[in-house]
Ligand binder design. Structure first.
Ligand code: BG6
Length: 488
């Protein structure tokens, strides 16, 4: 379906996200001829740049992030760029934006707020006051969407005064990743898994997002956030929702979002007692990643000496429903880990009895590994007979590598999500009540940590996190997937 002509306005248009992700994503769509000929990207920033100075800034800061560069496409893309200098929080400076934007009915107007969340309310008010918040315009909110339940509610309230819920697109870029949608295809495009997708057959689920990178130059933001707010409250919980939700009646936005909301509301609440047992927070120390020496979190540039911000979190969640009661969902994320990896592991129960000449304990329970990155694919672990005489069974793998199977070029998460916004497709965006439900569940953890003086447990960079993380899952007689893999 061809896109309607649009003006996409990037608040924070000269900022890091615009340069690293948003402008390269739009360029890439332009390269695939997805953008209408007169569509524009209007970048808004405080600097008093001339158009040429802004183009120079894009050349320096955005172009290096483009994977497939083509000079002709680039030149055509640059013609779409308009730079408007204004102070986003001062309505008296919005005149130039009002002059620039096209407000015809057949032009889609999108405001992408790639700014700190403290500015959301004021920008929305200013758009309304300038007559720019038209009934068919849309607003995109970038994370962090609050830092606790109260601030998330406030954002919903403030933005909701100007835009109706169907005009608000709350981004979680993990939902734009190819494999996350493939998980929907796997669960609801096949009959095979649904009967097994429940407590009777599944023993546990592990969801890991591990990164090799440290905090880099984001200390100002990160030290006031930490892994729980930065990754768990949003990305990990969204993945959990897609794995655990009931089959929605269709792929329509509210059908999917209702199903996800149900999961968030069914998460077992932590109490001070269960919190201490079921959550581990860690902070990286110096170590080696890919053979390179890397510093401790507290020695990173601008890190407070005695920072207690967690760079790792692992927890055991439970979902109180007929489908999932008693099935642990282990979630974990960390920076400066041994590998860059995002995957979901669904482990099935062991066989009840062995008819072969080997004990049941020698049968590795089946598992399904859904890999989001670095490579995208699915792996089903089965038991198979080893060739030759006699019946010896050994673990074997059925593998679906998406790159091998489908040769079509990949789309980055931001490309897909931006296209969805421009098409008015809300399924992959969080609804306001979902956002609040996720914060509601996380809130007791935040409160507990605030009152608890103990620092996060240290772990060496280049490892899989603190030993307490292995102990957390080990208490249930289980291991993280990498711990259970046979040595090469
Ligand atoms: C962002 C976090 O939302 O996700 C970052 O703020 C993190 O801290 C990033 O590095 C990870 O995203 P991806 O797509 O690289 O796994």
């Amino acid at each position: 379906m061809a896109l309607q002509d649009f003006d996409l306005v990037l608040f924070g248009g000269s900022g890091d996200l615009s340069m690293r992700k948003l402008l390269p994503a739009m360029y890439s769509r332009d390269m695939c001829n997805d953008l209408p000929p007169t569509a524009r990207v209007v970048c808004v920033g405080r600097n008093d740049w001339t158009p040429l100075e802004f183009i120079a800034a894009i050349e320096t800061n955005a172009r290096p992030h483009i994977k497939k560069f083509d000079q002709k496409v680039w030149e055509k893309f640059l013609e779409r760029i308009v730079y408007v200098s204004l102070n986003a929080t001062d309505v008296s400076t919005y005149g130039k934006l009002v002059e620039t934007l096209r407000r015809d009915e057949d032009i889609t107007l999108v405001y992408y707020l790639a700014t700190p969340p403290q500015m959301f309310a004021r920008i929305c008010e200013n758009l309304a006051e300038s007559g720019l918040a038209t009934p068919n315009s849309r607003v995109v909110l970038e994370k962090p969407l609050g830092r606790d339940l109260a601030s998330a509610r406030q954002i919903n309230l403030d933005v909701g005064k100007v835009f109706a819920e169907h005009q608000i697109y709350r981004i979680d870029h993990y939902l734009g990743k190819e494999t996350v949608q493939n998980l929907l295809a796997l669960r609801f495009g096949n009959i095979l898994f649904e009967p097994l997708w429940r407590r009777e057959w599944i023993s546990d689920v592990q969801i890991t997002i591990a990164e090799k990178i440290g905090v880099g130059n984001r200390m100002g933001y990160y030290d006031t956030s930490g892994a729980l707010r930065d990754m768990l409250q949003n990305h990990l919980l969204q993945l959990l929702c897609i794995v655990a939700m009931e089959p929605p009646v269709s792929i329509a936005p509210d059908a999917v979002r209702d199903a996800k909301l149900e999961v968030l509301r069914s998460l077992k609440r932590f109490t001070p007692h269960t919190l201490a047992q079921n959550i581990v927070r860690g902070q990286y120390r110096a170590g080696h990643v890919d053979g390179q020496a890397v510093p401790s979190y507290r020695d990173e540039p601008d890190a407070p000496d005695s920072s207690r911000t967690e760079t790792f979190v692992a927890l055991k969640a439970e979902i109180d429903t007929w489908r999932w009661a008693g099935v642990p969902f282990y979630l974990r994320t960390g920076k400066r880990m041994s590998d860059r990896l995002a995957e979901i592991v669904v482990r099935f129960k062991p066989i009840p009895h062995s008819i072969f000449n080997q004990p049941t304990s020698s049968f590795q329970p089946n598992s399904l590994v859904i890999r989001l990155q670095p490579d995208e694919g699915l792996r089903m672990n089965l038991m198979a007979k080893t060739p030759g005489e006699g019946m010896r069974l050994k673990p074997a793998e059925l593998e679906l590598d998406f790159n091998e199977q489908f040769k079509t070029p990949r789309m980055d998460a931001y490309e897909r999500l931006l296209l969805d916004v421009l098409r008015g497709q809300l399924t992959l965006f969080m609804r306001g009540d979902e956002l609040e439900a996720a914060w509601e569940w996380v809130e007791p953890i935040l409160q507990h940590w605030e009152q608890d003086d103990s620092p996060p447990v240290p772990y060496a960079s280049g490892t899989w996190g603190p030993a307490a993380s292995s102990a957390l899952i080990g208490r249930d007689g289980l291991q993280w997937r990498e711990e259970a893999l046979p040595e090469d």
